[in-house]
Design a protein. Sequence first.
Length: 176
Amino acid sequence: MLVRIVCQEDGSKQFEVVSSSGWGAARKYVFPQLLEAEAEAARPDLREQSRITPENYTFEMAGMETIRGRQAYVIAIQPRTANKYLTTGRIWVDTDEFAILRIEGKPARNPSFWIRRIHFVHDYDKSGPYWFPISDRSLTDVRIFGGTEMTIEYFDYAPNAPPAFSADATDPKSLP
């Protein structure tokens, strides 16, 4: 499935399926639910419930590793609640910029009776001054269908340029 994602100024996301192929049941039932869940988690009113913050997690230093040539702190994360937006696992935090390079684990709460287990890896990388997701990989054990593997690769980011300021922008009355 090829999907165009538009991230709004408020952080919400809109998805447009450009093309899809492969197993019909996955295209009809699995992928739309994944897109819906990601859009829901990005909503401004729900975003605080999924952030990696001390309000949502406990943290324990687990070591250091190198990810794609970048030195990283490895930190075990344990959710404070069994919230469907939270993860039990580990994060890798860049030692220079303190950005998350990787999140690996499982959902704090199983999303469905039909799913026995999920293990995922979300990778992030820097492009220019920005950090973006570059891939998501998940292994899911579904009760009837067995194990499934899914990989999402992100590419062709087109960040909006910051607004240009004119000479009038120095006048506080002209600022929004």
